[in-house]
Design a protein around this ligand. Sequence first.
Ligand SMILES: Cc1ncc(COP(=O)(O)O)c(C=O)c1O
Length: 394
Amino acid sequence: MKTDQTPRAHLAEIEKKGLLRKLQEFPQAGARLTIGGRLYLNFSSNDYLGLAVHPHVIAASVSAARKYGAGAAASRLMTGSLPCHTQLEKRMAALKNYDDALLLGNGYMANAAIVTTAIGRGDYVLADRLSHASLLDAAILSRARILRFRHNDYEHLDTILKKIPPSRRRLVLTESVFSMDGDLAPLKEIAAVTSEHGALLLVDEAHATGVFGPRGAGLVTELQLEEYVHFSMATLGKALGSYGACITCTHDWKQLFVNQARQFIYSTAPPPSAAAAAVAALDLIASGRASGGELLANAAYFRDRLKEKGFHTGNSSSHIIPVLIGDNLAAMNISRKLFEQAIIAVAVRPPTVPAGTARLRFSLSLLHSRDELSHTVDVLEKVADQEKGKLLRD
Ligand SMILES: Cc1ncc(COP(=O)(O)O)c(C=O)c1O
């Protein structure tokens, strides 16, 4: 915003670029919504396993609210540390095969807590170019110098690390499943390069937790990289259908976060209902009643059908599937027309994604049947044909 600009003039400028965002209210959460008596398939929710609306998860959260209170009523270091918080931390540490875990308000805060505690002024952050905004904001907050390596390019990471004096602390940031592209990081290679240089590694498992790995443990655990990944961050607000986030790490790092991370110290403990809901979600995943494997198989089916129709899905190999459009307004138009056909796929535009890569981001859920996925591709094809010429097609 320019110094002499009013908020309204700034908004008009944003709108002119096709980048205005508006809040839209939906009647409930999740992957299937009834709006005005009509069923909508929602591909813009992160309720990957349908657990936000699962009766067991809801029952667990109601029962925790009755037992402990609607809110925790204090920060963890005052009187807000409750048995449901500790139980969740133990479960997450065991699931991810780490010594310990620390619960924070959400993933945005958890990333900030890790980065600002692990490094500071004079140190270096090395972030994948497509890292989530919460990782980049965390890096800015740390006051360390920020260097970005090309997306998923561990050789570029190596080149940059070689130039930094080893006397400085260096923290590498990546996601295991990228939120806007649905592609996977080459974690083994990144871990090898990071470890060779004696740097720290944070892997954001926001979109992998619950879906990838044994009992939804994520990709770090699946690839047995716990020793090399100092911090793994899992949000509870996506596949686990709740709210909050856990950092899994060693006991010592946890104690340092408890003592130093302002995002932990100066914030009310997460509500008991959210912690209990996440534990119930972990139970359902462990029992096989919510299967990430099944979701990934459905995603492969959906991706194949999209490709058959000539759509660009980038390098997606997860349940997050972008349909690349390119032009901001074309993406908005297609999204609007899909909505008229009871399909919700919100257009994602810059600055969330790089300029010229506006897209529809499809996040699949176990609550979408294969027939519904097939129907969605057919509708998308018809709608996209009306935007011919403005669309990236194979
Ligand atoms: C990769 C990634 N990291 C962190 C977050 C933030 O997590 P939360 O929604 O729990 O704040 C998100 C959510 O948008 C995300 O996609």
